[in-house]
Design a protein around this ligand. Structure first.
Ligand SMILES: C[S@@+](CC[C@H](N)C(=O)[O-])C[C@H]1O[C@@H](n2cnc3c(N)ncnc32)[C@H](O)[C@@H]1O
Length: 461
């Protein structure tokens, strides 16, 4: 594979990949930023593009800034810290505009400036740390002959390495007491000589630590271990004493090879088995398995934009497709005559109903099922035709059958919320048969990453 010398990085494109151009061939580069000049080693060549990694920098871009986290560069948490926040916002907005121009090929109204996140650090309400007995070694440790005391770690994965974990000292993603709990557990586990999980052999006790927080100051801790031993309860008791204000302390014994907890019993050790979050005057009950937007501050802004775009006057039948735990449906309920939420995960639908009850909302109904199967003519006959649809699908976007059904139903407005502008633009191209894009509002939910959320309003032509 060729080595490309002294190449200037020009731009950042979809999925946050940097872009250079050599002899009219596009080269995607992972680490560099626009303005860097570097030698690039190509590792993949396709017809119209190549993928390469930087092997040597000749000069650094003046767009760069100093990363504020000591773990930056190794940790997979926030890969854009070397770009000033203003530049991050610029490239995120550009991703949305490019997707609509090049993929949807539709005329778009002037994009409203992306809604910046406030705060830009400590913004996550859920973080999952991993225990591993294969700590990522710092250069000086790897080069040293002195034997290491241990190689245990608890933190976030090294990108592309399922077994290697960065031993985090301070993480800027989640507010206190997240760092304190993780560090306390690490120290105690080392002192008690408990084993950290080996992701290659599937041996070891300690597996994951999930911490959920809310803007109300509530904290849920879930410790995942591979097997049941008395030391587990000693550990939990110590956490309970050290952090007496926890709202919920839970554990799970997961003997499976994979880490997913969705099919596992999560047991309450102390406190409640849920925490609460609040957006405006609505309360949301969040269990250990419940989905909730990860940045509560921006979730509120995202839903406010969605509500504004929906333009409800109180008389409408509103459908909330891919409703999750019904957050959008409940947030909109006071502004519509009826709200119908659909979602594939039955437990989420149960949460959605609980959240309606909790807030005294009586005009919502929720249904579990795969969207492409459940959202059909007979469902619409039973639940009524929507005047407005809000759709917030997963990254893959909507199934073509779902898009067809929306076109058939032809609501006056569609508010399309998306975490992937590329699939959103693909679906908008199909909807453009009958709809015109009249407003677009990107929202930054994940500072220091390339991810961007976008809300588009489509109106029936
Ligand atoms: C981006 S989330 C939406 C979250 C929700 N609107 C909120 O703001 O909390 C996408 C949701 O789509 C659901 N989902 C994924 N595939 C689905 C399918 N084929 N049919 C129905 N729902 C699906 C997921 O379970 C997830 O809850």
């Amino acid at each position: 594979m060729p080595l490309l010398e002294k190449v200037t990085i020009e731009n950042i494109g979809a999925e946050g990949k940097s872009i250079a151009r050599v002899d009219n061939v596009v080269v995607f580069v992972k680490e560099a930023v626009p303005g860097d000049v570097a030698d690039l080693q190509v590792f993949r060549k396709k017809g119209r593009y190549m993928e390469a990694r930087v092997v040597k920098y000749h000069s650094y871009s003046d767009q760069r800034t100093e990363a504020f986290c000591k773990h930056f560069g190794i940790c997979g948490g926030c890969k854009w810290q070397h770009l000033p926040y203003e530049r991050q916002l610029f490239y995120k907005e550009q991703q949305v505009v490019d997707a609509f121009r090049h993929i949807a090929g539709v005329k778009i109204p002037e994009t409203m400036p992306i809604l910046a996140s406030d705060p830009t650090t400590l913004y996550r309400n859920k973080l999952e740390y991993t225990f591993s007995n294969r700590r990522w070694l710092l250069d000086e440790e790897a080069a040293s002959d002195i034997p290491l005391e241990h190689t245990n770690a608890v933190g976030l994965h090294v990108p592309g390495r399922y077994d290697k974990v960065v031993d985090l000292e301070k993480c800027y993603l989640q507010d206190s007491p997240s760092n304190e709990i993780r560090n306390f557990l690490r120290e105690l586990a080392l002192e008690m000589k408990l084993s950290f999980y080996d992701h290659k052999t599937n041996e070891g006790l300690l597996r994951n630590l999930i911490i959920r927080t809310s803007t109300l100051g509530e904290v849920m801790v879930i410790l995942s271990v591979q097997f049941d031993v008395p030391e587990l309860y000693e550990l939990l008791e110590a956490v309970k004493i050290q952090f007496p204000d926890l709202s919920s302390l839970m554990y799970v014994i997961n003997p499976k090879k994979n880490e997913s907890l969705y099919d596992q019993d999560i047991i309450c050790f102390s406190g409640r088995d849920h925490i609460f979050e609040q957006l405006e005057d609505l309360k949301f009950k969040i269990g250990p398995k419940s989905f909730f937007q990860t940045n509560s501050y921006q979730a509120l802004r995202l839903y406010q934009v969605t509500r504004e775009f929906a333009g409800l006057n109180g008389d409408e039948v509103l459908y909330d497709l891919y409703t999750g735990t019904g957050t959008i449906a409940n947030f909109m309920a006071a502004h519509a005559s009826r709200v119908v939420g659909i979602e594939s995960v039955p437990e989420s639908i149960e949460d959605a109903k609980v959240n309606s009850q909790l807030n005294g909302i009586e005009n919502t109904s929720f249904f579990a099922g795969d969207m492409k199967d459940i959202f059909d003519e007979s469902f619409i006959a039973q639940n009524g035709k929507a005047d407005v649809i809000i759709t917030d699908p997963p990254r893959a976007g909507m199934h073509a059958k779902v898009v067809e059904q929306i076109l058939k139903m032809s609501p006056g407005r569609i508010v399309y919320v998306s975490c992937n502008p590329a699939t959103q633009a693909r679906d908008v191209e199909l909807l453009a048969r009958s709809y015109k894009v009249t407003r677009i509002q990107p929202v930054d939910m994940f500072p220091h990453t390339h991810h961007v959320e976008n809300v588009a309003l489509l109106e029936l032509i």
